[in-house]
Design a protein around this ligand. Structure first.
Ligand code: FAD
Length: 490
């Protein structure tokens, strides 16, 4: 029987990154992917836009950035859209219905957040410390975290500690009077989460995003997602990683609390010393491992891990390239956001709490030739039920028609979170493999006892978006998990 050093369950981008780092150490690695192609949920994204620069350099990933100037357009019902460009030098307003005073306040607010997020950024590329472990390294990491916040200075530290528990709506209402500017920041704060702008902690999600994105709020750099996934796959193959597709892992096998291998859906058993799961934490523990080797409290924590998805993917095929009213051709290669004000977004969120979707659809989209690719927010995953897809498409179309004169749809494909869950094998079809709130972040992600990429089972590791620092196409989870494994093997 063939024996591998490491088996990675799932060929999502984090699984591929994890394998690439481990392969540098010459381990014999096998990736088992259930689908016919690797990439997992990243195949849902329009672009890879938040991928870690460090990983690109570490792994020598050679993909061209698609555009130097990338615009964010916040659609305004009166068609006087706000057009923004963000870089490390700050925000540039190319057009906006907001007053100059509001534009300045917007920049000041983002600079404040940038400063706060810098105190978190150092921890994104690290294994989070274990609370109460008594280990010196963990205590040191916790102290460094505290020191980073303290380094902000007394005034900033107090402000940082005040805002992290706040909801973004209160912050925006205190600082800005323009609806569109408030809407666009609410949107960025709640993107991919089950939070509304008035939910506590929605400032923290924004800071966290900036911490991952080198201080930037808007993911404006773009890489082609297919180029990115295929270069990761090539790096794996070139470094000797074996990838088997259309293979589903049914069970993780253990002997005396240590992994011994995996059992596939065709009953084949493959042995390995280490198993890394790129599947989400709930699936890993409750389905692949099963509850028997886990203690009751751990199972309770796994079951309580919130992973109800609420982003749907809509792809519209049009008979010609869409033209957005009042946007110059030169700026049309943009990320378009429709979140016109805080109350609109909150109303949309409210419906999702009751497993419904609202008439107030919030979305972002990109134009790719004759296609419109939209992420629709607050379309909740519903257990044993389904949404009226035609109604969602129709509502979306009604809104889009106000902005796109030549919207002639020839085909529409909607993937609800239920469809995403089935197609990409993710519990709840959740964008981040699990909710992104303060109690499921940092050393609490996915939950206590499993937050250092390790698990209660010896040599079983996690590397998916369900771990620190959360979801998005960053590759950081895969990188951190690989580093942890290498450290443990030492
Ligand atoms: C609609 C949508 C749009 C998004 N858009 C963006 C975006 O624009 N930008 C961004 O940064 N992020 C976006 N995201 C989020 C991002 O795609 C994910 O957070 C990220 O791709 C997760 O990567 P992962 O490798 O951790 O997990 P996954 O991509 O989920 O990979 C896990 C892999 O494991 C496989 N697997 C699971 N169980 C088994 C098994 N038993 N046997 C074998 N294989 C198994 C799955 O098939 C899958 O390939 C979006 C998410 C969604 C849902």
């Amino acid at each position: 029987m063939k024996k591998y050093d490491v088996i990675i369950i799932g060929g999502g981008h984090n699984g591929l990154v994890c394998a690439s780092y481990l392969a540098k150490r010459k381990y014999k690695i096998l990736i088992l992917e259930k689908n016919s192609e690797v990439g997992g949920l990243a195949n849902c994204a329009n672009f890879a836009n938040s991928f870690s620069k460090k990983i690109i350099s570490d792994l020598n990933i050679d993909i061209p950035q698609l555009n130097q100037n990338s615009y964010i357009v916040s659609l305004n019902p009166d068609t006087n859209h706000t057009i923004i460009e963000e870089s490390q030098n700050g925000i540039i307003f190319h057009n906006s219905s907001a007053t100059k005073e509001n534009q300045e306040k917007f920049k000041i607010l983002l600079n404040k957040y940038k400063k706060f997020s810098s105190s978190l950024s150092q921890f994104m590329n690290q294994t989070p410390p274990r609370i109460k472990s008594g280990v010196f390294q963990d205590t040191l990491k916790l102290m460094k975290m505290g020191w980073n916040v303290r380094k902000l200075g007394k005034k900033n530290m107090r402000e940082f500690l005040r805002v992290i528990g706040l909801n973004i709506a209160d912050e925006l209402e205190d600082n800005l009077s323009d609806d569109i500017l408030r809407g666009i920041l609410s949107h960025e704060a709640v993107l991919g989460t089950n939070l509304g702008p008035r939910s506590p902690g929605s400032v923290l999600t924004l800071l966290y995003k900036q911490a991952i994105n080198n201080g930037l709020v808007f993911d404006s750099e773009k890489y082609n997602i297919n180029d990115y996934i295929s270069s990761l796959e090539k790096i794996c193959i070139d470094s000797g990683v074996e990838i088997r597709k259309n293979i589903s892992v049914n069970k993780i096998k253990i002997i005396e609390n240590r992994v011994s291998g995996v059992e596939l859906d065709n009953n084949e058993i493959i042995n390995a010393n280490i198993i890394v799961s790129n599947a989400d934490p709930k699936k890993t523990y409750l389905e692949l491992l099963g509850p028997e080797p886990l203690d009751t409290d751990f199972i309770r924590r796994t079951k309580n891990f919130r992973s109800k998805g609420n982003v749907a993917k809509l792809t519209l095929l049009l008979n010609e390239k869409p033209i957005v009213n009042n946007i110059d051709k030169e700026k049309s290669n943009a990320r378009y956001i429709f979140a016109p004000n805080i109350n609109y977004v909150e109303k949309s969120f409210n419906a999702s709490k009751y497993n419904n979707f609202s008439e107030n659809l919030c979305f972002e989209f990109h134009i790719l030739d004759k296609q419109l690719k939209l992420n629709l927010y607050y379309i909740p995953y519903i257990k044993n039920s389904t949404h009226d897809k035609e109604k969602i498409i129709q509502q979306c179309q009604n809104i889009l028609k106000k902005f796109i004169g030549n919207l002639n749809i020839t085909n529409a494909e909607l993937l609800t979170p239920n469809d995403i869950s089935n197609k990409y094998n993710v519990s709840g079809g959740h964008w981040n493999h699990g909710e992104f709130e303060i109690d499921q972040m940092l050393m609490m992600r996915p939950f206590y006892g499993s937050a250092q990429y390790q698990t209660p089972i010896k040599n079983l590791y996690l590397c998916s978006a369900g771990t620190h620092p959360g979801g998005g196409i960053t590759g950081i989870n895969g990188q951190n998990a690989a580093k942890k494994i290498i450290e443990d093997l030492r």
